[in-house]
Write a protein that binds this ligand. Structure first.
Ligand SMILES: [Zn+2]
Length: 291
């Protein structure tokens, strides 16, 4: 048991820069529900061409985790993919002085003829979402690049909605803050928002997505589809300001934060809202791009 657990942990290292797999799967399952039937077919056909071997199947929910696997796939062998793509998963808006241009490295233009998947390493999740969406819309984009654009979009729209992917308190997006809460193992603040609060919604992505879908109203959908990618980043940042960082108690001994039941409740509510918004918006982007 212990040996197999160690194997699993080695093969699937806990990610420090993303919703956990469950969060991404929930977002994709919600999005799938809102896809136009012909768009869903196009998505399936594109994903079926994934020969990377990085994910166990080509369903939308599984492929939503691909970008993390891709980033981590060569960390022991030069780490080219890691270095090229790791910053695409977040936008580090400083908590005390949020500056989108700065957090997006002054928005580097893609060099002529360069696909978004081979773009500069110093770029933010906001720009990458816009670039990949533009590629998906453009009929001149090659089939392989279309699939890559789709794989990145499935994942990055999720990441954008994790408040600690859109904020930073000089703590690597919460990775350097140690927290603990009743009934949960101590860990980083970032990990709590990636994984622990998502698990509070349920263990399995499918039933959690059903539960969230049942609560999404037509008015929600209409409201959430508005705005730009940058607006969605600012909204995610606002939740970091109000809840993720803003509601933290004073640190205790050795700089640790002991989260109250109230904090956990507000965080789980925020996570539920963000996963729902991300799913609805992912569907809107794909319906627009692939119709
Ligand atoms: Zn990620």
């Amino acid at each position: 048991m212990i040996v197999s657990l160690i194997c699993v942990m080695t093969l699937w290292p806990p990610s420090v820069y993303a919703w956990g797999d469950e969060g991404h799967q929930i977002v994709a399952l919600i999005a799938q529900h809102y896809l136009d039937p012909e768009v869903q077919l196009r998505v399936q056909r594109l994903l079926a061409t994934d020969a990377s071997g990085l994910v166990p199947d080509s369903s939308m929910a599984t492929e939503a985790t691909w970008a993390d696997r891709y980033r981590d796939s060569d960390r022991d062998a030069g780490a080219l993919r890691y270095r090229q793509t790791r910053q695409w998963h977040y936008v580090d808006l400083a908590l005390d002085a949020p500056d989108m241009d700065r957090a997006c490295f002054a928005h580097p233009a893609l060099p002529a003829g360069t696909p978004a998947s081979a773009g500069p390493a110093a770029d933010c999740v906001v720009d990458k979402i816009d670039q990949f969406e533009a590629e998906l819309v453009d009929p001149r984009t090659s089939g392989d690049e279309q699939r890559l654009a789709l794989q990145f979009l499935l994942h990055l729209i999720g990441d954008l909605h994790q408040p600690l992917h859109a904020s930073d308190d000089a703590d690597e997006g919460g990775n350097l803050k140690r927290v603990a809460a009743r009934g949960m193992r101590a860990g980083s603040l970032h990990h709590y928002w990636d994984v622990e609060f998502v698990r509070r919604l349920g263990e399995q992505p499918q039933p959690v997505s059903q539960k969230l879908l049942a609560r999404i109203s037509a008015a929600d959908i209409k409201a959430w589809q508005r705005g730009s990618t940058a607006d969605w980043a600012r909204e995610s940042f606002a939740l970091a300001q109000a809840v993720a960082y803003g509601a933290l108690p004073a640190p205790g001994d050795r700089g640790r934060y002991r989260l109250s039941a109230g904090y956990v409740r507000d965080a789980v509510d925020a996570v539920q809202l963000q996963l729902s918004r991300a799913g609805v918006r992912l569907a809107a982007v794909l319906n627009r791009a692939l119709r």
